[in-house]
Write a new protein. Structure first.
Length: 422
């Protein structure tokens, strides 16, 4: 009889050890491990937002795996692992890295990077390689009007990002008749303010200033000096770093307006570090911890509720990340995984065509809100179910900044306030 030597036993043992390293915590060798691939801005201008997004996704992955994964009809248990690279917030890195994730790392499904420009670049690769991509942290409408059939948007589209601020202004300061718009000249911000300008003008507002700034701008004086006085409102901004600096300099230069409504930065908990400069600033948010989405709300809306509750998400996120309050970027990362989980569960398969069929028909409520996708060729994958909420920084009883939901009225935790005179 042929005998196997010690060398073979060692090799066999090493093989088993290496095989086990590919299995996520809690999985067994018989489980099916689905790899989710993505890039993340661990460095660069999108670091703050991207870090929150990754945190949310990782929390979802940890929870679904610990709960036993997704059981398919044939008895297979699907658990999830991830593979990602730092895109450095650079568009030129994205396509190369997503190609690597698919070709080398064998990712089964994809999550988008943070930001519309990076997502737009990655969507091309997803479609080319026939991989479903759930996009989060990306609101531009135009990505979903290019004929893609496998790219699904989590965020409310950019065309509806700041339009609610115009409605809030009409209620808050009916006498205001003008809106100055200053914005970052990137894809996402430009899409937002282009739709904002049209909506505002359709509502009868004048837009005496509509100007863009470069992404690297740190001195906003040349733009702020062009704001006509008086002005009804100031709207625009871009991403976290530039918008935070813009808000601070508006305060330092004592610019007056009935409302200041800016993109991305205000909903972030770190925005409160501006102190007095953050007070009264309004921000459009995809989600807030005060959100009231629930199984009861879903029942009234006639849709299914799926996944964790708002309170449980907030509690588990804070427990995992040292008390940090989740932002809408965190919620977006979590719900991207939740959408994929639901689609695989309902499809009873990880097959791309079967999962796509479920996504095309999806209409449900989660802790993040309603999720429903446009399934027409004209704008396939565009988010049509989810709505924005608007927050404003106000003072609590101790005079410290506190974030309140002020619009829409049905979701408000406080009444909106006019910007104090400076």
């Amino acid at each position: 009889m042929k005998r196997f030597g010690i060398g073979f036993a060692v090799v066999l043992s090493l093989s088993l050890i290496l095989a086990s390293l590919t299995v996520p915590p809690g999985a067994t060798a018989a489980d099916k491990t689905v790899t989710i691939g993505f890039t993340a801005s661990k460095t660069g201008k999108f670091n703050v937002e991207a870090t929150r997004q990754i945190n949310g996704l990782h929390l979802w992955m940890e929870q679904v795996n610990q709960a036993g994964g997704v059981k398919l009809p044939d008895g297979t248990v699907v658990k999830f692992a991830d593979k990602f690279y730092d895109d450095e917030s650079k568009k030129e890195r994205v396509q190369e890295l997503y190609t690597k994730l698919i070709s080398t790392d064998k990712a089964d499904f994809l999550i988008s990077p943070y930001s519309s420009p990076l997502t737009d670049a990655s969507a091309v690769i997803a479609q080319q390689y026939n991989k479903i991509m759930i996009t989060t942290g990306a609101a531009s409408d135009s990505t979903y009007k290019k004929g893609f059939t496998l790219v699904y948007q989590t965020y409310t589209p950019a065309s509806r990002y700041l339009t609610g601020a115009v409605d809030l202004l009409a209620q808050l300061a009916p006498q205001a008749k003008s809106i100055a718009i200053i914005h970052e000249k990137d894809k996402f911000s430009t899409d937002v303010v282009t739709a904002l300008k049209k909506y505002a003008e359709d509502k009868g507002y004048k837009v005496p200033l509509f100007e863009g700034y470069d992404a690297a701008t740190t001195d906003f004086a040349p733009f702020i000096n062009k704001i006509p006085q008086p002005v009804g409102a100031i709207m625009g901004g871009g991403h976290f770093a530039d918008t935070t600096t813009f808000a601070k300099q508006l305060y330092e230069k004592k610019v007056n307006a009935n409302m200041i409504a800016l993109l991305v930065a205000p909903p972030e908990p770190k925005f409160a570090e501006l102190g007095a400069a953050c007070i009264s600033v309004v921000g459009s948010s995809q989600w807030e911890p005060q959100a009231t989405y629930s199984a009861e709300a879903a029942k009234k809306a006639g849709v299914e509720y799926f996944g964790t509750t708002v309170a449980d998400f907030v509690k588990s996120y804070q427990a995992k990340y040292n008390g940090e309050t989740p932002s809408y970027h965190s919620a977006g990362g979590y719900v991207a995984g939740l959408i994929l989980q639901k689609a695989i569960q309902q499809a009873g398969s990880t097959d791309t065509a079967k999962v796509k069929e479920v996504l095309d028909k999806m209409n449900l409520m989660t802790f993040y809100g309603v999720i429903k996708f446009d399934d027409t060729p004209k704008a396939h994958g565009l988010q049509v179910g989810h709505d924005m909420v608007y927050i404003q920084w106000q003072k609590d009883q101790q005079g410290k900044p506190v974030k309140q939901v002020v619009w829409p009225t049905a979701a408000a935790t406080a009444s909106a306030m006019v910007c104090p005179a400076r």
